[in-house]
Write a protein that binds this ligand. Structure first.
Ligand SMILES: CCCCCCCCCCCC(=O)SCCNC(=O)CCNC(=O)[C@H](O)C(C)(C)COP(=O)(O)OP(=O)(O)OC[C@H]1O[C@@H](n2cnc3c(N)ncnc32)[C@H](O)[C@@H]1OP(=O)(O)O
Length: 240
């Protein structure tokens, strides 16, 4: 078991963490991932937060950090996140017309700001997805023979989407914790085991406390094998 983390916020974790050398070496063996992992990539490689041990008395994320954190389930997983500048632009875009804005300074983007943002986008590395989970899936995750269990794939989408939303919440907790209220998964093609896959997700829009996300799972052949759409609701201020 690894040492419990000591980050105070998810944003601090994203800013100060780097994926482990062993995970990076493992994923670098797969040429189709090179554009995502190379120095010119618009993404930074960080640990997959849900996999980190949270402490003996803290049951947060146990399913991900213990049950499916083994050599015969998920031996390797890392997250790819866009750079800070791009995330800041995405925040502006997502909360421009929403009442769930993470901070007042990000509300109502003016025409001037939009113009400035467009110029910034030209110099800032554009990331198509807000969060990408790279994961190896080992044989013990099977439902049908040598095929990933559909429930497991749903859990992976849910978790990746949760991490994606977390990156848009501010350190001051202006947006309350978000919960999945609906997750619609479409199983298009089987997901063979063992295998290495990317789950790429994006926030489509926000409206008040509601956030809509979309995601897709692909392997080295680029075929979208599974896709998902979800609705997340931020808890009311002052708790559930
Ligand atoms: C830290 C870093 C790492 C973070 C990494 C974290 C990763 C975690 C990933 C795991 C995530 C999970 O699995 S979470 C576990 C599964 N989910 C849950 O347990 C959530 C259970 N549900 C709830 O507790 C509740 O529904 C709440 C608290 C989410 C919302 O309740 P509420 O506050 O009373 O809100 P409510 O009025 O009902 O709904 C608000 C608005 O959403 C709409 N709405 C609500 N549900 C639905 C629905 N299923 N489909 C359509 N619309 C819906 C309502 O119509 C309303 O719209 P309008 O009238 O306003 O227009």
């Amino acid at each position: 078991m690894s040492t419990p983390h000591n980050w105070t916020t998810y944003t601090a974790f994203l800013r100060t963490s780097r994926a482990s050398e062993s995970d990076l070496k493992y994923f670098a063996l797969h040429p189709w991932l090179a554009p995502l992992l190379s120095p010119g990539s618009p993404y930074r490689s960080v640990p997959f937060f849900s996999r980190l041990e949270k402490g003996e008395n803290n049951t947060l994320d146990r399913f991900f950090n213990r049950v499916i954190n083994t050599n015969d389930t998920i031996p390797h997983a890392i997250a790819l996140v866009p750079g800070d500048e791009w995330l800041a632009l995405r925040r502006k875009e997502l909360f421009a017309s929403s009442t769930s804005s993470p901070s007042s300074s990000q509300q109502n983007v003016t025409g001037e700001e939009k113009e400035q943002a467009t110029t910034e986008q030209e110099t800032t590395q554009k990331a198509e997805y807000d969060f990408i989970l790279l994961t190896s899936l080992a044989p013990s995750l099977s439902g049908f023979t040598d095929t990933a269990h559909g429930g497991l794939l749903s859990a992976l989408f849910d978790e990746a989407m949760g991490c994606c939303t977390a990156a848009f919440r501010n350190d001051d907790d202006a947006v309350q914790e978000l919960f999945t209220v609906n997750l619609n998964v479409t199983y298009r093609r089987p997901v063979p085991l063992p295998g290495v896959y990317a789950i790429r997700v994006r926030v489509e829009k926000t409206e008040g406390r509601k956030w809509w996300l979309k995601g897709e799972l692909v392997g080295g052949d680029g075929v979208v094998r599974t896709s998902a759409e979800s609705l997340w609701v931020a808890a009311r201020k002052g708790g559930l």
